[in-house]
Design a protein around this ligand. Structure first.
Ligand SMILES: Cc1cc2nc3c(=O)[nH]c(=O)nc-3n(C[C@H](O)[C@H](O)[C@H](O)COP(=O)(O)OP(=O)(O)OC[C@H]3O[C@@H](n4cnc5c(N)ncnc54)[C@H](O)[C@@H]3O)c2cc1C
Length: 434
């Protein structure tokens, strides 16, 4: 068995793990990042996401909920829309976790900001006008996209930004590597090594065989689905007992107004972002054609011809704050039933989407909603149960830093909060531990 020694070993290179790696390498610490996925090329075409996403997108809960996650350097941020939403206020109010200074630091470093009008496309504007006419609060979103580097006529935002206008966690990994961190791809962490209740490193599987990384501290950052499996295999059995997923539905209508192609617009520019009252956020979003076609196939064979009108459609996405339900199993399968309350929220969100689309000028008979799917797994190693407020597990110097630590469902895009968690962990508790 090959063995490496380091200060800190990090399992997973999504927003949580990448931030910790960057911060500690900047502070001169020795860091090893073990990433289960390959270092896929950013292609800027449809082949990009399909190569990075687990099982090419065909991952389902035991109940049949489609779940998307990327296994690659940078994790799911390699597919993300770049929407930057502040941390939920209840993190501080109920749990005493203040991410504010760390999120402000990230805001300046990454240049997180709302787009100027020039970057908001005609489809997004039509939806904003319709929402305002219906008295629905609808505002421009802050984005992880540097608008001065962004080419608005380039329609490949979610396929992978070739202009480096969109920040992804891979940017932080690359910075960490420049500062001396070691990134090992195709290395799946299976188990935490423990000595007298203290973390001693991890064991991982690589194509070359088993790898042991001995370290003073361990950070598990495999994401909401990956982390609980490692914890369970390491004897932390209460990990993965529940799961939130922020289920989403996109509703489409064929636009009857002047010609426009919303597929060529930057996704998730504007929307209703406050979910504190009804647990629902709404925004502008279109699936790329291959994904739209798949969604119509899942819906039923008679819906497939709707793909012919895809270029003339407007799309409205709803995402709900679901209840924690189901569980992750040690064999990596998972259960995620939608509760009756979740289903009611989804139905309400779809009704609002239909109203907005009709108000924007879509013919009601053309309006169609996709099946429910999810892309934000979390809550599987929650603060107060599996980790403490400093994100430490019951194994001393073994931490978790990813979407698993949220103690409640978010219902909001979580990446900005995860960067806040990563900075806070690295700059406070971890720096003391090594
Ligand atoms: C299509 C899509 C659009 C999205 N849009 C937005 C958006 O606009 N704004 C936003 O805030 N969020 C968005 N999200 C959600 C966001 O990308 C995720 O919530 C975020 O990436 C989660 O970060 P994480 O650090 O928890 O884990 P992940 O990003 O899941 O990263 C975990 C990493 O760990 C690796 N890993 C897993 N297990 C192991 C192991 N045992 N050993 C080693 N490595 C392991 C995985 O390969 C992966 O690379 C989107 C997600 C998707 C799929």
């Amino acid at each position: 068995m090959k063995t490496i020694e380091t200060d800190v070993v990090i399992a997973g290179s999504g927003p949580g793990g990448a931030t910790v790696a960057r911060e500690l390498s900047l502070a001169g610490k020795n860091v090893v990042i073990l990433e289960r996925g390959a270092h896929h090329k950013v292609r800027g075409n449809v082949a990009g996401p399909f190569s990075m996403v687990e099982k090419m997108g065909f991952t389902w809960s035991r109940e049949g909920l489609n779940m998307l996650r990327a296994l690659t350097t940078g994790g799911s941020s390699m597919l993300f829309c770049g929407a930057a939403i502040p941390a939920p206020t209840w993190l501080l109010e109920k749990y005493g976790v203040d991410l504010t200074p760390f999120m402000e630091e990230a805001e300046k470093e990454i240049r997180i900001a709302a787009f100027p009008d020039s970057h908001i496309g005609p489809g997004a504007r039509a939806l904003m006008a319709a929402a305002h006419a219906l008295d629905i609060p609808w505002e421009p979103m802050k984005k992880f996209i540097r608008h001065d580097l962004c080419d608005v006529s380039c329609p490949v935002c979610m396929y992978g930004c070739r202009k480096k206008a969109k920040w992804t966690a891979r940017d932080y990994v690359e910075e960490a590597v420049k500062n001396g961190a070691q990134l090992i791809n195709r290395a799946r962490v299976d188990k935490i090594m423990e000595k007298n209740g203290q973390a001693a490193g991890v064991l991982a599987q690589t194509p070359e065989g088993e790898l042991a990384v001995r370290a003073k501290a361990v950070v598990i950052a495999g994401g909401g689905l990956g982390t609980p499996v490692v914890l369970q295999r390491s004897g932390i059995e209460n990990a993965g007992q529940g799961l939130f997923a922020d289920p989403l539905v996109i509703t489409y209508g064929v636009y009857g107004g002047p010609e426009m192609d919303m597929r060529k617009e930057i996704p998730m520019c504007c929307g209703k972002l406050d979910n504190s009252h009804d647990g629902i956020i709404i925004g502008d979003l279109m699936d790329p054609l291959p994904t739209f076609l798949l969604q119509m196939m899942y819906k039923g064979i008679s819906h497939i011809p709707k793909s012919l009108s895809h270029s003339k459609m407007l799309g409205v996405m709803i995402k709900i704050r679901d209840e924690i339900s189901g569980r992750i199993y040690p064999d990596e399968t998972f259960s995620k039933p939608l509760t009756p309350a979740d289903q009611q929220k989804i139905d309400r969100g779809i009704q609002v989407s239909r109203k907005i689309l009709a108000q924007a000028g879509c013919k009601p008979e053309t309006i169609v909603s996709t099946p429910v799917r999810a892309a934000h797994p979390g809550g599987t190693a929650p603060i107060g149960q599996v980790v403490d407020r400093d994100l430490e597990t019951r194994i001393t110097n073994c931490f978790v830093c990813d979407a698993s630590v949220f103690p409640e469902p978010c219902g909001l895009p979580p990446v900005w909060s995860l960067i806040g968690f990563g900075k806070r962990l690295a700059q406070t508790r971890l720096i003391d531990a090594i």
